[in-house]
Design a protein around this ligand. Structure first.
Ligand code: F6P
Length: 346
């Protein structure tokens, strides 16, 4: 078989490890692999694909980013693009496609499956919000960045007896803020799954000061709505219609609010794309290797419209339809852990 591989949507640490696994497993089974540049934009015919063999993926296991490039491109947007994508698949004589991505990329992959293209997915998103899988590629590195940042910010917050508000990624859910915040010992974690008001936050700050806490670290998820606070509202949108959450500046708004309402000096740090950059953790390399390996086994056995997922630590198979049906919110056990260790006071 001739198998195309692409990475779509926001990049995430571990993409190269997944590409490597796809290439090594596919070539071991006697298949040919073509690397498609820049996600779905590549299938619109903007660049020729290139053959990938073992030596092309040697030494990339620990590299961040993606050797193939990526983009936020929705090729379903008009008839011309839809035809261009199907035309490229025919012209390049692709028997199958491996699409490594999150909700948006797998949504396009699902459409291609419905068009009769054999396509298998690989779950990737630092947001960790795909349904059917416990973990996605990139998440472990992102939460490690958040925890490391909190370790560093604790010392400077403590030196100045300040509040530091750390804004974490997470388009609809609090996975990154909750896991990163708990691992870094945040004093307060604000996520979409646990609604709070500005008054709740101020009461918590005052209580912590009253019991003698000199420094307070707050982690806030970029998408959070806080009753009584106005985030920025003039927001751009990407090709899939998602608003640019960084432009809401919720971290800055919250830090200013805390300072004005409590008189405690407050600073804010937006971790932003640092959470997606650099070398993947060992866990992300292993997850990417397992998912890439399993994706090729699914292609090899004739499957389509599916992806490997992790359930109770095991690699199993889910349909793309189920994986993208709804955004997976933080699990109840972690919501409770956040309430107990980094929640607002009653
Ligand atoms: O979906 C992953 C993600 O990193 C979100 O957490 C974030 O809101 C968004 O992508 C940022 O996208 P971009 O890289 O296009 O600014």
């Amino acid at each position: 078989m001739r198998i195309g591989v692409l990475t779509g949507g926001g990049d995430a640490p571990g993409l190269n490890a997944a590409i490597r696994a796809v290439v090594l497993r596919a070539t071991a089974l006697g298949h040919e692999v073509l690397g498609i540049a820049d996600g779905w934009a590549g299938l619109l015919g903007e660049a020729e694909p290139r053959p990938l063999v073992a030596r092309d993926v040697a030494g990339i296991l620990g590299d961040g980013g993606t050797m193939l490039g990526t983009s936020r491109t929705d090729p379903r947007k008009d008839e011309r693009s839809r035809r261009a994508v199907l035309g490229s698949i025919q012209r390049w004589r692709l028997d199958a496609l491996v699409a490594i991505g999150g909700n948006d990329t797998l949504g396009v992959a699902q459409w291609l499956d419905a068009q009769g293209v054999r396509v298998v997915g690989v779950p990737k998103t630092v947001d960790n919000d795909l349904s059917e899988t416990e973990f996605c590629i990139g998440f472990d590195t992102a939460i490690t960045v958040v925890a490391d940042a909190l370790d560093r910010l604790r010392t400077t917050a403590s030196a100045h007896h300040r509040v530091v508000v750390v804004e974490a990624m997470g388009r609809d859910t609090g996975w990154v803020a909750a896991f990163g915040g708990l691992a870094g010992g945040a004093d307060l974690i604000i996520i979409p799954e646990i609604p709070v008001s500005g008054e709740d936050i101020i009461r918590t700050m005052k209580r912590r000061r009253a019991i003698g806490d000199p420094d307070i670290l707050v982690v806030v998820s970029e998408a959070v709505e806080i009753e009584g606070l106005e985030a920025q509202t003039a927001l751009d949108r990407d090709a899939f219609g998602h608003v640019r959450l960084d432009q809401r500046a919720i971290g800055a708004v919250l830090a200013r609010y805390i300072e004005q309402r409590t008189g405690i000096e407050a600073r804010q740090v937006v971790l932003g794309h640092l959470q997606r950059g650099g070398s993947p953790t060992a866990i992300d390399r292993l997850r990417a290797t397992r998912f890439g390996n399993a994706a090729i086994d699914l292609v090899d056995s004739g499957k389509s419209g599916v992806l490997p997922v992790q359930r109770a630590g095991r690699i199993e198979t889910a349909t793309m339809a189920d994986a993208v049906r709804e955004v997976r919110r933080l699990s109840d056990d972690y919501i409770e852990l956040v309430r107990r260790f980094a929640g607002v006071v009653g």
